[in-house]
Design a protein around this ligand. Structure first.
Ligand code: IVH
Length: 430
């Protein structure tokens, strides 16, 4: 393949016939898909970012001049196509269910006991994987092309957010020819921790409101109607399940991973196999150690019975499968001291009390502020300035005060008095 731009330099489409432009667009499209894959999926780019941009701009030029040559899977759609008026609703071929949660090792053991009882045997092969804290999505490929991506919505019908998903560089718009071509998979759109921190920093500098956590910013971004803005947000995606395999021989969760692998779709690198309660507990403990190093927020582990025959035998309840469960980790907590309480005035005039803290390290960053939500909450928890408190951080940028160590009081603590007037405009508070 020649990447040369001499004959067809970026602004040369003007001199092309339609037939020449069509040939060139097919060539450029294939090249850009290949380089995208080499860069984002295989992490071994063979051309520079600049050369990639030259090819992309040439294709954009051709499509601008010959709009009929713009195909839905064009690599130009990754930088954002036309804005929408609203999202189309799509009905899920297979409903998107939720998972039941467990919060203790005892509850998880009880889940496994139910599975053993349901199947009438001791050993049941399960897989354990990270629970990605993002937004659930169902993605369909037909004949090797990305057909659509739909949010969960109410579980039956969701929003068609395909144009927004196309901006995710690790999501193939076309599948490799030697792999499966038609199927629908389920996964999670997320914002990597680092990208989320950078986005919020940029928003702060621009005087814009901040997102509370990566999940909120993912959900907010997917709802945008202009893919050009979405393209500037660091979304990513990971797949973990199957909705429809159109006759492909997939009979287990491990087969689903093979399908994802063959299709070049992103999946979690972390996976455990276990067939006993002890094995499950060992896996969730190990995952808890390793999840901190993952590029995305996780709020738990998902435990699934591996074989589809077993899954079918166990069946589903009205809202969740009986063959899978989420195990939620405790959000990370730390003890610190409240140095002062400031009143923050929101855009709408809402007053939010914020605790200034003695800096403390929790969930990977140093925390010096915590939200107290409102004055009822302060009264309910009897929070005072000078108190030693337990704070908790669960993916949010601003942690919350969970409880007060009242036994550590020495009498110097001060009550927090709700303001009678707005600290900004002086209006009376009602
Ligand atoms: S399996 C029948 N696996 O968590 C539902 N879900 O609280 C099967 N999630 O709706 C879901 N990581 O949006 C599954 N590895 C994972 C997951 C995962 C995140 C989300 C998903 C699901 C929600 C349930």
């Amino acid at each position: 393949f020649r990447i040369g731009t001499s004959r067809f330099a970026a602004n040369q489409s003007i001199a092309m016939t339609h037939a020449e432009a069509a040939d060139r667009a097919v060539f450029l499209s294939a090249e850009l898909h290949r380089h995208n894959r080499l860069y984002y999926v295989e992490a071994r780019p063979v051309i520079s970012d600049k050369d990639f941009d030259v090819l992309l701009r040439e294709l954009q030029d051709i499509e601008a001049r010959f709009p009929d040559l713009l195909t839905p899977d064009s690599p130009t759609q990754r930088v954002g196509g036309a804005a929408l008026e609203g999202f189309t609703q799509i009905r899920h071929a297979v409903p998107m269910m939720s998972l039941d949660n467990t919060y203790s090792e005892e509850e998880l053991t009880a889940f496994f006991a139910r599975v053993q009882k349901g199947l009438g045997r001791e050993q049941v092969a399960c897989v354990i994987e990270p629970k990605v804290d993002g937004v659930a999505i169902s993605v369909r490929y037909e004949n090797g092309m990305l057909k659509h991506g739909v949010t969960r919505g109410d579980g039956t019908t969701g929003d068609d957010v395909t144009n927004n998903l196309k901006t995710i560089n690790t999501l193939p718009l076309r599948l490799p020819k030697d792999g499966p071509q038609t199927f629908e998979v389920r996964g999670e759109v997320f914002m990597p921790k680092a990208g989320f921190a950078k986005l919020n920093q940029e928003r702060e500098e621009a005087g814009e409101s901040l997102f509370a956590n990566p999940r909120n910013s993912t959900a907010g971004t997917l709802k945008l109607l202009d893919p050009k803005i979405v393209a500037k947000r660091p979304l990513d995606i990971v797949f973990y399940g199957l909705a429809d395999a159109s006759g492909l021989p997939i009979e287990s969760q491990n087969d689903v991973r093979k399908l994802l692998e063959a299709a070049g779709l992103p999946k979690s690198n972390l996976l455990w196999q276990a067939d006993s309660a002890e094995g499950l507990l060992k896996a969730i403990r190990e995952l808890d150690e390793q999840r901190k190093a993952l590029p995305y927020e996780t709020d738990g582990a998902v435990i699934k019975v591996n074989a589809f025959t077993d899954q079918r035998e166990l069946g589903v309840t009205s809202k969740a499968p009986r063959w899978a469960i989420a195990y939620k980790y405790q959000p990370e907590q730390a003890e610190t001291k409240i140095l002062a309480v400031d009143i923050q005035v929101g855009r709408t005039g809402a007053l939010t009390p914020v605790a200034r803290l003695e800096p403390v390290f929790v969930s990977g960053s140093t925390v010096s502020n915590a939200t107290l939500h409102n004055f009822e909450e302060i009264e309910r928890k009897d929070i005072r300035v000078g108190d030693r408190v337990i704070i908790e951080k669960a993916g949010e940028i601003i942690p919350a005060v969970v409880s007060v160590k009242t036994e550590k009081r020495d009498g110097s603590e001060q009550l927090i008095v709700p303001p009678t007037h707005c600290p900004v405009c002086g209006t009376g508070v009602h």
